[in-house]
Write a protein that binds this ligand. Structure first.
Ligand SMILES: Nc1ncnc2c1ncn2[C@@H]1O[C@H](COP(=O)(O)OP(=O)(O)OP(=O)(O)O)[C@@H](O)[C@H]1O
Ligand SMILES: [Mg+2]
Length: 468
């Protein structure tokens, strides 16, 4: 069952207004709609518990409908109420208002204004003022679209301000826009709310990202959050995670079949962003959480006789690493065996290690900087066969590594590599990248490949003696 990864606690909340609103739209209030409504409708003294609310949910998860259920319910039950709806582009705001008005019309709970003479209706009417489409209730309450400019919004001063498709807001101009709206909130009544919702944008910046970060950190008591997102370390291919993160399958709105199709059509990176709410990685995105890494530290970690061994060279060959990896009752362990400048030493040192750890699997990514060593090992004596993971296997191994961080001893070179590692999106998945080109993550990469080598051959093969 889907549940938000980050969500503000509310306790018991009366959801009757949201249920009423959903009924006016002719739709049931689904579990995610109830969750959003709890956030919006939570009360504190004579006002709302959260004057600011941020909602992140995958595409077609029903975020717009969820928020609208409560907004329409308020318009139907409060006095002198106005909600203003906007988005990065005015046409989007207009479309959303018209779409929801049409739902109400179809359900028999609203009508087109052009079909009535002024004052003649006892149901809400849709006025198609271009760019300011408005649903107006008989008592004067309004839900209206407004173009995304601070002047227009100021003149339409409202109780609730709802900004949809927050990920589409321009990182810079969008922030200016929100900043210009801030003063409006100083004079709001205790029931007024500012709601920003959407799916991730193209960069980790801008008002939506900033508000999500604040919400996730729980530092602002006035900010409520409901955020159905995958965590950075989680595997975007794991179908169980899809079910947890996207409210579609468990609510019956978007079946897994549809998600699988979106995955095939759009590719894994776009799918993870739009349906699992994974924000694109950038130079500030640590691949490995520092606290989680520290939690896997042990006083001493020494490789047993049977382990996987791998080497990796820094891109320009300035330095190289050799690591060992193994499992104890399934728990991954890694150790950095050597880290030195240059690469000329690697083949010799690897032979020495393999003389101690006899017959264990040795591996390296067959990239440029590793090739001289691979060749040396295949030609010189004793001959060493170096397994090469495919591109896909490296991505899988990297995900395996971050999904369950290995036990390790504190080693400065490994610690530095872990701290420097960022995510680099690739066709079909992601790999480690480095924050700055001067940093070397080879101690980490060699550990990932060593664990892959171990997992490919986790046990010593029994020696079979054939006799004639
Ligand atoms: N409770 C419901 N019952 C039936 N259909 C629903 C319900 N809620 C939403 N829908 C429909 O599912 C579709 C997606 O809903 P909605 O537009 O609210 O999702 P969204 O998360 O805002 O999507 P997007 O990211 O594309 O904006 C819409 O066609 C909507 O009418
Ligand atoms: Mg929407």
């Amino acid at each position: 069952v889907a549940k938000p990864t980050y969500v503000s606690r509310t306790g018991e909340v009366d959801l009757s207004v949201a249920h009423l609103g959903a009924g006016l739209l002719g739709l049931p209030l689904l579990a995610q709609g109830e969750q959003v409504a709890r956030l919006l409708e939570a009360r504190h003294r004579d006002g709302v518990r959260f004057p600011d609310v941020v909602v992140e949910m995958g595409r077609r998860g029903s975020k717009t409908t969820s928020v609208w259920s409560t907004i329409v319910g308020r318009a139907a039950t409060r006095e002198r109420y106005r909600a203003v709806m906007t988005a990065q582009r005015g046409v989007v705001a207009s479309r959303i208002v018209v779409e929801h008005a049409n739902l109400m019309i179809r359900a028999g709970h609203a009508a087109e204004a052009k079909d009535y003479r002024a004052g003649g209706a006892d149901v809400p009417l849709l006025y198609r003022y271009a760019g300011r489409e408005t649903i107006r209730w008989p008592n004067g309450n309004e839900v209206m679209a407004v173009p995304p400019d601070p002047g227009a919004i100021r003149s339409a001063a409202a109780d609730d301000l709802v900004i949809d498709e927050g990920g589409e807001l321009d990182p810079l101009r969008g922030q200016d826009f929100i900043d210009a709206l801030r003063p409006l909130q100083d004079t709001r009544g205790p029931l007024a709310q500012y709601v920003l919702m959407g799916t991730p944008g193209k960069v980790r910046a801008g008002p939506f990202w900033t508000m999500l970060e604040r919400g996730r950190a729980r530092t602002d008591r006035d900010l409520g959050i409901a955020d159905w997102c995958i965590r950075d370390e989680e595997d975007a291919d794991d179908r169980r995670i899809w079910r947890r993160v996207h409210p579609g399958p468990s609510s019956g709105l978007t079946p897994m079949r549809v998600l699988e199709k979106r995955y095939r059509d759009g590719g894994p990176i776009a799918f993870a962003r739009e349906y699992l709410c994974r924000w694109p990685a950038d130079a500030t995105t640590s691949a490995i959480d520092a606290q989680a890494w520290a939690a896997a530290e042990r006083p001493t970690v020494a490789p047993p006789a049977w382990c996987g061994v791998a080497f990796d060279a820094q891109k320009d060959g300035m330095a190289a690493s050799i690591s060992a990896a193994w499992r104890v009752d399934g728990v991954p362990h890694v150790a950095l065996l050597e880290y030195r400048p240059g690469t000329a030493w690697v083949a010799r040192e690897l032979r020495r290690i393999l003389a101690v750890h006899r017959g264990v699997p040795a591996a390296a990514d067959h990239i440029g900087a590793n090739m001289p060593t691979v060749e040396d090992l295949s030609r010189g004596r004793p001959k060493v066969l170096v397994m090469a993971p495919s591109f896909k296997q490296i991505m899988g191994a990297t995900q395996t590594f971050v999904s369950r961080l290995p036990a390790h001893q504190a080693q400065p070179d490994l610690e530095r590599a872990v701290a420097a590692a960022t995510w680099r999106d690739q066709e079909g998945g992601r790999l480690f990248g480095r924050r700055k080109s001067t940093e070397d993550i080879s101690p980490l990469v060699s550990a990932v490949v060593a664990l892959w080598a171990y997992d490919s051959r986790p046990e010593r093969r029994p020696v079979v003696v054939m006799s004639a």
